[in-house]
Write a protein that binds this ligand. Structure first.
Ligand SMILES: NC(=O)C1=CN([C@@H]2O[C@H](COP(=O)(O)OP(=O)(O)OC[C@H]3O[C@@H](n4cnc5c(N)ncnc54)[C@H](OP(=O)(O)O)[C@@H]3O)[C@@H](O)[C@H]2O)[C@@H](O)CC1
Ligand SMILES: [K+]
Length: 489
């Protein structure tokens, strides 16, 4: 059993592949072996989470996820704990594995109840796993809401019930804890495979801290649906390197009233190690110097030699950015498009065809949309994008021939012909104005340093999230402070 952290690189398998892996393993093992292993692992993690728990409420569902719950209950009972099982199922329709597990729980003396205990020290959600076919309702939904709202820790077996394990879409709103109580602490023990839905969209909130137990089974030749990027390799700068070794970044953005966005991207590119950073504001009234960052060199956009530069375009560009985009798209050696640049492209088929030309010419383009910007680019709704973030990012990558960074909880990075990546670092403190500009600058710096586009995007996204994960407690995270923080600081 292994805890999945932001440093973990892993393959993620969808439900269909997980089913095939399960069938192959079950055929090669004695009856019920997989479920016994699963139940043992659940019990072990439960004891580690709540070693002094007096009451452990285990909610079991009608299928094999419930069977894992019965197995865990039997183990916990044998270890001197007091599990209370509430079960929503029909014995005559239980799958064979789960029926055997139910018998073992009964034989062990586990207490079964019609209603959840008055209070509990740990809840185990064994209601639905990868066999969920619809949204929970009625008693199942009541129990789930109660488990998620309670301050006692919650351990979800395999997947949080109600979560689509492929997409991370959750079918019910997770209740917010009562103000007087601490946030509920959530854990999820993923069995056999890690699933993409645990790490993107609402998956991270629903699952909480993710753990993995492979049940002693190899995934074999099954193709993953995505991967968790894990920490990027650390690289030391060569002593003989110079500023030219790390490339030049130019930020084009900052229409009147929005110069700050371009400066944020510029500072972030500098802090991320770019050799030289130019800022080209779309507001001619901006002073040609930032006294706090004299390293930033100010230029008029038309004075930039775009063919020699990694260009970050968008940041605070407003409507003015549309005018410079045809030249930027035609000439920039490497290009990161963010925010207003993406909105301008979404609204203009001519600009979209410029992107196709870049693709045919083999020029690198990275798009960094948040879900609303992605929705505009796809002519879809934000809800449709969020319902399938991996699919949306892959479709955008294919359509525009670009590396796509679909921001949000569990940022997805996709490129045509590559396995989509989900970034495991970062937290909700990044939900503040300007952090997207910072990310665009960091992606630009990684490209300018010569990293291949997909790796550059994954690394920048990971570091951006990691900076937030290591942000000092009690200090507000602002985009300005984030932009100036160096990865190693
Ligand atoms: N087999 C093994 O060896 C191993 C299996 N493992 C474990 O098994 C899990 C998969 O088990 P599973 O396939 O039985 O699916 P599961 O998630 O329990 O649900 C299916 C049942 O729920 C029902 N149902 C669906 N949606 C519903 C809803 N909203 N509300 C109410 N009911 C709903 C559905 O009924 P139906 O849709 O047919 O009406 C069916 O009865 C997997 O996640 C892992 O935990 C591991 O131990 C490894 C070894
Ligand atoms: K579950």
């Amino acid at each position: 059993m292994q805890r999945v952290t932001s440093a973990t690189a892993a393959r993620l398998f969808d439900v269909a592949a997980t089913r095939r892996i399960e069938q192959a393993a079950a055929a090669a093992l004695p009856p019920h072996a997989l479920m016994q292993r699963a139940g043992r692992a659940v019990a072990r993690l439960a004891m580690a989470i709540a070693p002094r728990a007096r009451t452990i409420w285990i909610a079991c569902g009608p299928g094999n996820n419930g069977g894992d719950g019965f197995e865990a209950a039997a183990r916990l009972q044998q270890r001197g704990f007091a599990p209370v099982v509430t079960w929503l199922g029909d014995e005559s329709r239980l799958p064979a594995d789960a029926r055997a597990a139910l018998q073992r729980a009964r034989d062990a003396g586990v207490r079964f109840a019609d209603a959840p205990p008055e209070r509990h020290d740990l809840a185990i959600d064994a209601l639905l796993g990868i066999g969920a076919t619809r949204a929970p309702e009625g008693r199942m939904l009541d129990w789930l809401q109660r488990m998620h709202a309670d301050p006692a820790p919650l351990l979800s077996v395999d997947t949080p019930s109600g979560l689509n394990a492929d997409t991370g879409a959750l079918s019910f709103a997770i209740p917010v804890a009562a103000p007087a109580s601490a946030d509920p602490r959530r854990y999820c023990l993923s069995l056999l495979t890690l699933k993409p839905g645990l790490f993107t969209a609402q998956g991270r909130d629903a699952a909480g801290e993710a753990w993995f137990e492979d049940l002693g089974v190899e995934a074999g030749a099954e193709a993953p649906a995505a991967r968790l990027t894990g920490a990027p390799p650390t690289s030391r700068r060569r002593e003989s390197s110079h500023k030219g070794s790390y490339g030049d970044v130019a930020v084009i953005g900052g229409a009147p009233g929005m110069a700050g966005a371009a400066l944020l991207a510029g500072s972030a590119a500098l802090a991320a190690g770019a050799g030289r950073v130019f800022v080209a504001p779309l507001d001619s009234a901006v002073a040609p110097l930032d006294p706090l960052q004299p390293e930033l060199m100010f230029r008029r956009p038309e004075a930039l030699d775009l063919g020699a530069l990694t260009v970050v375009c968008g940041c605070g560009g407003g409507e003015a950015v549309a005018e410079v985009l045809p030249r930027v798209l035609a000439e920039a050696r490497m290009l990161v498009l963010d925010a207003d640049a993406l909105n301008a492209i979404a609204a203009d088929a001519g600009l979209q065809s410029h992107l196709q030309v870049r693709r045919s010419a083999g020029r690198v383009t990275v798009l960094t949309p948040h879900p609303l910007e992605a929705a505009r680019l796809m002519n879809a709704s934000t809800g449709e994008v969020q319902a399938d973030r991996l699919g949306a990012a892959a479709r955008l990558a294919a359509r525009f021939g670009a590396v796509v960074v679909l921001k949000g909880s569990g940022t997805v990075v996709a490129a045509l012909g590559e396995l989509p990546a989900i970034n495991p670092s970062g937290n909700a403190r990044l939900a503040t104005a300007g952090t997207g500009d910072v990310l665009a600058g960091m992606v630009g710096a990684a490209l300018a340093a010569g990293r291949p586009a997909l790796a550059a995007a994954c690394e920048a996204v990971w570091i951006h999230g990691d900076l937030a994960d290591r942000w000092p407690a009690g200090t507000p995270l602002t985009a300005g402070a984030l932009a100036r923080r160096r990865p190693e600081s």
